[in-house]
Design a protein around this ligand. Structure first.
Ligand code: FAD
Length: 416
């Protein structure tokens, strides 16, 4: 009986704890989204983030093998769905930190993990990490050969220190709570000016406090209104040689490995937003008559729209869980499934939340109701974690072109 989508008792407990925490702590923290500047909004979420750390949610995302409590990506998905459904901004601050730690978790040595992970394993404080890939001017062509610029941020070895020069943007929480930087930043930079991109780009860890990290501005994003998305400069930032993660020059492959699991989680974010929109629209349809004789759910058009939305949510969740399971099992189909979960989930969420706004009607266009916020959050999903145009082109298209690609491989794996 290999195909069984039921939760274990432990996973059900994780779901219950996450749901309760989201209701009690993350939902009230949505008030931060009403403040006027992006930095004020982010700062106002700090108590909720600290509560999330002390409740152990970051430890629950760090693998058991690295000293945390995570048993796999499915567990992260179960937890992330609950947190994201009630507060995408703060949930993304947590998952953005996990993304910032992934190069260390996947490519780091035991010594690096022991030294750099410590603050993230504690149940105190508000530790942040960021994965710095995106640059002003675009990063869809990071692997471009000249005359394309590819990765523009450079690191030059001087003695036993790398000196980083460049600019990054849109990196979750990167400049931290005080503009001085997250606790650690995994920075994608060019370490060989002449080699092909596959051997020229590396990931290295900048530790706080880092002199030369200069905050430029906090992007006023369409959604995730209380999540920090800064643009910043790395001006002569000095990094120990010991902080290069994985092989020198192997940064693009390490980045791709990190983004496989992240892609499956973007699909789960989509499930979370659709689910929140559905729960609201269902309640509205059951109770509101809008001046008519019966609750609007009695109208066939409304009932069918709700049925289509629920079907899309269930189908997306199963695809995402299957992708997470494939990542955990290191299946050869993991990358394909994760990208499909990301593309399908993100684009379905934008459509479903919009459809549900039509069910609710004009009231949905008032920020007093949650649907406008959920749509604003959903709009990020097709364009972040690699825009869907780029993900289709660079990753899925490349997989389909492989001479030995087997379209049935993902449904032919046998339990071992
Ligand atoms: C909430 C949020 C959180 C984020 N967190 C992070 C983070 O933690 N770290 C991080 O590094 N980034 C982060 N980002 C940024 C984001 O993940 C990436 O920058 C983004 O996915 C890349 O966007 P893009 O593909 O549109 O790239 P761009 O380089 O901006 O490309 C723009 C567009 O040009 C077109 N295009 C470019 N090249 C080609 C081509 N060769 N073929 C066809 N079309 C092409 C495509 O239409 C593409 O969408 C975040 C963004 C958001 C909104």
């Amino acid at each position: 009986m290999a195909i069984d989508f039921r939760l274990t008792a432990r996973q059900r407990e994780l779901q219950r704890q996450s749901r309760e925490f989201a209701r009690d702590v993350l939902s009230p923290a949505l008030d931060a989204e009403a403040l006027s500047s992006p930095e004020e909004r982010f700062a106002a979420t700090k108590p909720a983030y600290e509560a999330m750390i002390s409740a152990g949610f970051l430890r629950k995302c760090i693998p058991l093998s690295a000293g945390g409590e995570n048993a796999g990506l499915i567990d992260t998905a179960i937890m992330a769905e609950e947190l994201y459904a009630l507060n995408a901004s703060v949930a993304l601050t947590l998952i953005g930190t996990v993304l910032g730690l992934l190069p260390l978790l996947i490519g780091g040595t035991e010594e690096q993990r022991g030294r750099l992970l410590r603050p993230f394993l504690r149940l105190t404080g508000a530790p942040l990490a960021g994965f710095c890939a995106t640059e002003p001017g675009g990063s869809a062509n990071a692997a471009s050969p000249p005359p394309g610029e590819g990765v523009r941020t450079t690191a030059v070895l001087q003695g036993d220190r790398w000196i980083i020069e460049g600019r990054k943007s849109w990196v979750s929480s990167a400049t931290g709570w005080d503009r001085k930087g997250a606790d650690i930043l995994s920075v994608l930079c060019r370490t060989d000016p002449d080699a092909a991109a596959e051997r020229a780009i590396s990931v290295m860890v900048v530790e706080r406090p880092a002199s030369g990290l200069i905050f430029e501005r906090a992007i006023d994003a369409v959604g995730h209104r209380a999540h920090l998305l800064p643009q910043f400069n790395l001006k002569g930032v000095s990094v120990s040689r010991e902080n290069v993660l994985g092989s020198l020059g192997g940064g693009l492959a390490l980045t791709a490995a990190c983004f496989t699991g992240a892609a499956a989680l973007v699909g789960i974010f989509a499930v979370a937003l659709m689910r929140a929109a559905f729960e609201f629209a269902l309640g509205f349809a059951r109770t509101e008559r809008r001046g008519g004789i019966q609750p609007i759910i009695e109208h066939q058009a409304v009932g069918y729209a709700l049925a289509d939305a629920k079907t899309a949510i269930e189908a997306t969740r199963w695809l995402c869980w299957r992708a997470c399971q494939a990542v955990d099992a290191q299946s050869p189909s993991a990358q394909e499934l994760a990208i499909e979960a990301k593309i399908h989930g993100s684009e379905t969420a934008v459509r479903v939340v919009t459809d549900l706004m039509r069910v609710v009607g004009i009231e949905s266009y008032d920020h007093a109701l949650p649907l406008g916020r959920l749509l604003q959050d959903a709009l990020a999903l097709p364009v972040f974690g690699g825009g869907n145009i780029g993900v289709r082109r660079r990753q899925l298209h490349a997989i389909l072109k492989r001479p030995k690609y087997d379209p049935l491989a993902a449904v032919s794996e046998v339990e071992v």
